[in-house]
Ligand binder design. Structure first.
Ligand code: FES
Ligand SMILES: [Fe+2]
Length: 435
């Protein structure tokens, strides 16, 4: 009797101990796995500023102010080449819609101009020159959105309509409002949860529209992350990459594990353990002359064996000089789009924004965006240091680079601003509504 009581107590103690250990184990697993789960499912927001990528000053690397000074020096001694005009005609992305809240003024730099992007109280977006015609204050610094869609200057309180550009109120003036009291308005459109400005060097109205992506607007495809890169090159260099087929099997051959830094990637290793195998072609659209298509098939291999879920077929539709809609199809896993935008902020300074909307699993979308950024950043190393070559030495299998240039030249006109040897522009970029 006594023995069985002891046995029972021992059994209960053992069960209690096992349960406690099990609970601890579950807690440890949750603590370890939960952050990983959060990381994998949180949309990517990868931002690389000018100087983060693409500059190398030998070993040991420069740091702090020395690095900044050397980047300035590189800019001075950079050989630019015989550049095409610097601001092609077309629509350019200036913001993602969620970045602009009602009553907000968002500073925008595009075509070398300082502009102010405004969201009215009722939600419409407007873009105006930032400098007040009265005494020159900058609306981006202290300006306010008032009277629904107007901007009030912080200096003397004048109020301008961001829709028409005209001055609607001078609070301390009881005479008439001078005729010249107006700000320049730029044509904008909000589409696919992005805001675009139209630029045309001859002041022509928009000649084509940005296609609507219904699956973004009806919520079938949801936001899956973004990347943003500042790149120091001519705007044309970035889309031209799509027609440069030969570089895919070289700069982009090695898989993501070797990283984005071309200085550290061993380009002589033709058989890295993880490789990207590419097959692509580029052609202008026969229907819409401002459009072209790059079809790309890609698969990742590990020591020659295909990695599951790594193959993709992409159609990258270029729409004008600065927009690409990259349609993704991963079969059963889902579909989606990456909206690629390249916007010239200065003659040799581009902002590249990639945003994904899809019904792909969040972890997979993140993996895709990170891999794409990794490959894109290798190009950034090249773009931010190269010169533009007007007559490249093309050989067989280089890809249709010449054809792409002829196609892209439709976005330039005789009045397109050119970069002069002294660093100034042949003519300023003007709003198409200023003519
Ligand atoms: S400078 Fe803008 S109101 Fe005077
Ligand atoms: Fe590339």
């Amino acid at each position: 009797m006594e023995n069985s009581a002891i046995f029972l107590l021992q059994s209960l103690a053992a069960i209690h101990l096992t349960m406690t250990l099990f609970m601890y184990l579950v807690a440890v697993v949750i603590i370890l796995i939960y952050p990983l789960y959060l990381y994998l499912t949180k949309p990517l927001n990868r931002i690389k500023r000018h100087g983060d990528l693409g500059y190398f000053f030998g070993t040991p690397e420069l740091a702090g102010k020395h690095r900044d000074q050397q980047i300035e020096r590189l800019k001075r001694i950079r050989m630019k080449g015989d550049l095409p005009p610097v601001y092609p005609n077309g629509w350019y992305c200036i913001a993602e819609s969620p970045q602009l809240a009602p009553k907000q003024i968002l500073p925008v730099v595009v075509f070398g101009e300082q502009l102010s992007l405004i969201r009215s109280e009722d939600g419409s977006a407007h873009l105006i020159d930032s400098y007040c015609p009265h005494l020159g204050a900058n609306f981006n610094v202290g300006g306010r959105v008032v009277d629904n869609n107007c901007v009030q200057c912080p200096f003397h309180g004048w109020v301008f309509s961001a829709e028409s550009g005209s001055c609607t109120r001078i609070p301390y003036n009881d005479g008439t409002i001078p005729e010249q009291a107006r700000v320049t308005v730029w044509p904008v459109v909000e589409r696919n949860k992005h805001i675009y400005v139209w630029f045309d060097a001859d002041g022509s109205a928009p000649e084509w529209e940005i296609p609507v992506i219904e699956d973004i607007l009806n919520g079938q495809w949801t936001y899956k992350g973004r990347t943003e890169h500042e790149v120091a090159c001519h705007v044309q260099e970035i889309p031209e990459n799509g027609a440069d087929i030969a570089h895919l099997g070289y700069l982009h051959l090695a898989g993501a594990p070797v990283g984005n830094d071309v200085i550290r990637i061993d380009l002589s290793d033709r058989f890295p353990s993880i490789t990207h195998q590419w097959d692509g072609n580029w052609n202008p659209s026969t229907k819409d002359k401002h459009m072209s298509k790059m079809h790309l098939e890609q698969v990742m291999k590990f020591h020659g064996f295909e990695i599951p879920l790594s193959s993709s077929k992409l159609d990258a539709i270029q729409i004008g000089p600065g927009i690409v809609h990259m349609h993704l199809d991963f079969g059963n896993l889902g579909k989606g789009i990456v909206l690629h935008h390249v916007t010239p902020e200065e003659p040799l300074f581009q902002r590249a924004r990639f945003v994904m909307y899809s019904n792909l699993p969040r972890w997979f979308a993140k993996f895709f965006m990170l891999s794409e950024a990794n490959q894109f950043e290798r190009d950034v190393y090249v773009w931010s240091n190269k010169r533009y070559v007007k007559n490249p030495l093309l050989v067989k299998n280089d890809g249709p680079i010449g054809k792409h240039r002829r196609w892209y030249s439709q976005f330039y006109s005789d009045s397109s601003p050119r970069l002069l040897p002294d660093g100034s522009l042949s003519n300023r970029a003007k709003s198409a509504l200023e003519w």
